[in-house]
Design a protein around this ligand. Sequence first.
Ligand code: NAP
Ligand code: SF4
Length: 669
Amino acid sequence: MSYPHLLAPLDLGFTTLRNRVVMGSMHTGLEDRARDTDRLAAYFAERARGGVGLIITGGYAPNRTGWLLPFAAQLVSSAEARRHRSITAAVHEAGGKILLQVLHAGRYAYHPFSVSASSIKAPINPFRPRALRDVDGTIDDFVRCATLAREAGYDGVEIMGSEGYLLNQFLAPRTNRRTDAWGGTAQKRRRFPVEIVRRTRAAVGDDFIVCYRMSMADYVEDGQSWDEIVALATEVEAAGATLLNTGIGWHESRVPTIVTSVPNSAFVDISNAVADHVTIPVVASNRINMPAVAEQILAEGQVQLISMARPLLADPDWVAKASANAADEINTCIACNQACLDHAFAHKTVSCLLNPRAGHETKLVLGPTRRAKRVAVVGAGPAGLAAAVTAAQRGHRVTLFEAGATIGGQFDLARRIPGKEEFAETIRYYTRMLDKHGVDVRLGTRADVDALAGFDEIVLATGVRPRLPDIPGIDHPMVLSYAEAITGGCVGDSVAVIGAGGIGFDVSELLVTDESPTLNLKEWKAEWGVADPAEARGALIPPVPAPPARRVYLLQRTAGPQGRRLGKTSGWVHRASLKAKGVEQLSGVNYERIDDAGLHISFGRRRTGARVLEVDNVVVCAGQESVRDLVDALRVRGVEPHVIGGAAVAAELDAKRAIRQGTEVAATL
Ligand code: NAP
Ligand code: SF4
């Protein structure tokens, strides 16, 4: 067996988990409406069939004040509990176990009747909470929720005590200024969560899992001290918890904890340190996405379980593939957040950029075809790869034409950006899948109309070409395309980047970062001011970013702040990172001309503030135009191709749409 620790069962005394993989809680949006219960059951069942040992649902509020949003998911009645039976039955039928997460949003609740330990507004929420008066009654609500979860057939509950939600708010001096029995000293601040665990255990009996998710590093000022964290762990164990799960950072903290630029397994040491103080199993979490790493963590550390949420959205068969010693077939989560957390924050159903079936299992069905067709796919970027692999998986005979020497398209560029190294995993996955499903891959082959004759279906995923803006001097030798800059074109010490979209930000990040951009935990901690939790309360120290490798100007024509269209959960990280590295961001710019002196600019409609940026290079990141040359040529021959990805619409080109379109087209062939 390749992963003996990861795949070993875990005996909890009254029940046994079949392996060490926990699907961590992630709110999908399907929890909030009763009519989506079957979709939620299908989503969890697919992961249970894929071998996950223990699944944890998204958060359910124990009462109305705890709702994340008005009328968000709650579990407060037997009628609601009955609806959950289809979820628990589906998971049990597939051999899995499932916990319901009890989450009280506290001051993160997006409604006017929110409560917290004290009446202190969260910086990320316009609603000011009331100081919770009936703490005892709220404990009763948690206990009722756990009892109802048992009634609904769950194997246990996870009590959500991290990420800055209500229980975490009681624990930290930042948010708990009470002077009654629930605040004033660290011990009194701990009473609320510890009492919840104690009374829950008393109510549900001994044969029910009570997992407590605790914040092991708050990453906010006036967060918990290390002594307080350790004391909480031991008291929660004594109160009757079965498992301790890891939570890292508050939603309002200015330290990224899950985006792709956070080094893999960055927080495992903290979970191991907590595990040293308790006897119950501790679950490690955050930025763990492949079996070899998970195995190493379990083999070398004190933790006994590994929690992953997004990696199991990206690949529901993650565990099955690890068990079959086929980790190279895992569609690895790249921590982009684009279709999962960004959807959750926009109140859309959570899915996955790499796996558009996630959350849509009942709708996007990819069964085997009844009639195998000859399918040509032109272009091996994300859209073409998704179409080719999905069609071949369904039993079609697929030929994939790619004019370049490699597959991956824009992903082949993205993987070279510091902090996006994991995008290479997607290319590894598709390379393996093309091989496994017998796709005839023709690299270095520009398909023309003749080459496409004789196919039953033609999918055009020819992608995009960079837009060349109409600026006097744009053909000056100092001007580089973004592809040239990313793939190692010679770039001088000072650079102006034209265009502040996703690629302008990425290119700027690349230019200010020293060579060999491997993710380095020590440098990452210094850049974000991350301390060991034992070093400082709240685990924060002043940041010391590495000096920039170049002087970079990032420019856009539109007035106002840059990066407004970047992802909700990752955009702030990119903006903060460039600011820390001294990138000068200029908006409302007119590009006057480029000559030996550099880039000449002015500002606004009146063209004021004329300035010359004396740079060695200008890198153009001004968006793209669709490559659709084949569309008309095929139509002249009476052939109607399927056009997907950037070839269909270049504006707002994004991999999420490309992969979804590729998969959906292949589902219809
Ligand atoms: P983009 O986001 O559309 O940005 C293009 C930039 O070029 C804009 O800043 C635009 O700003 C400027 N521009 C457009 N036409 C121009 C012209 N004629 N002359 C000068 N400037 C012009 O495109 P992108 O940066 O190429 O990114 C493509 C897509 O890739 C994005 O939509 C995103 O989905 C994805 N992506 C995302 C990320 C990320 O989230 N980190 C990273 C990489 C790629 P002005 O019009 O204001 O000048
Ligand atoms: Fe992972 Fe991105 Fe998919 Fe979310 S959308 S699960 S971060 S690959």
